[in-house]
Design a protein around this ligand. Sequence first.
Ligand SMILES: Cc1ncc(COP(=O)(O)O)c(C=O)c1O
Ligand SMILES: [Zn+2]
Length: 386
Amino acid sequence: MNLYSHLQCSNCDRIFDKMLINNFCPDCIQPLLAKYNLHKGVSKSMIKEQRYNMWRYQHLLPVESENHFVNLGEGWTPMLTLSKTSGAFGIKNVLLKEEGLNPTGSFKARGIGMAVSKAKELGIQSFCIPTAGNAGSALAAYVAAMDGEAHIYMPEATPKVFQLDCEVMGAHVTKVDGSIRDAGIAMNRDNVDGQWWDITTLKEPFRLEGKKTMGYEIAEQLNWTLPDVIIYPTGGGTGLIGIWKAFQEMMEMGWVEHIPTRMVAVQTEGCNPVVQSFKADKDHCDLYENPEETMANGLRVPKAFGDRLIMRTLKESNGYALDVTEDEMMSSIYEFGKMEGMFLSPEGAAVYTGFKKLVANEYIKSTDTVVLINTGSPYKYVENMQ
Ligand SMILES: Cc1ncc(COP(=O)(O)O)c(C=O)c1O
Ligand SMILES: [Zn+2]
């Protein structure tokens, strides 16, 4: 049983047929959301019988036939209890979702795996993407697995291993001066007549559905309860929006009675459009001019296409946005490594730094259950840390 029903504009609610190849709403130039017949009765016990990877939640995902799953083992990542961190900061329960163990070393495997699988179902084989690194690696992998073609555009400042990763898996890589936004502009110039399917973050609806599985997993791993706070390193925002979407779907299906979770976005001080909009209580983000380079490449996103959904998620969840410095991330990596025996990615270090600040300003309370998301493996960032 698959409950996927249609696509709907996140802004004007216009409905789109699920068989059309729609990237975003042409009227609003805003993201589309996948919608499901949630009342049709998928139960938690049905999920229990499923395999331990992201396709566990297949009833609630947009790929309708199993034949189209392109599966490299993504999802069902560990939820680790950080008892030392809990003790050190006096917080009841602190957990870490270890996304660095996904194929190609990041949570991007979920979103890209979903988009490529859906593309297979829709008969699409050529893809393009601007990337800070991890999404490019994931695209190269999933496209190789489905015998397609990937055109990947990344900033010059991206660690070298990402280009190697992509080329090993047969993708075409173009390096671009500037940020991921400039990479996107170069990509659009080359994507003559839309010959490649553009899977820029939230410019198509399916990567979000892959990221959504983090929300289902967090709930299931907490025995179908939801945490009080989730801290997420925010670039384009798919994970933040996706986890929140999962929780809302679960609520609609009656799997949880209420959603206590406050969603927190962490960014870097040198590129913090979400933090600025949060402080100004805006419903969108302005373009962040001249974003500074950062060791957390995935957070250097000067303008997210899903900015309104990011701000909506923060507002609806009574969430928060804050930024961190390069020095703070670096010292957090060593501090956390020594304490917990885990090497965080820079983005994960941004999350841990954010956690400490939120304990200090009492946004996080001693009775809270907090989930930190380590979105990627640190090993691809070694040259940034030297
Ligand atoms: C390791 C890592 N963390 C976080 C992000 C930001 O993710 P999103 O664009 O979904 O906000 C990225 C994006 O490249 C990333 O690679
Ligand atoms: Zn619209």
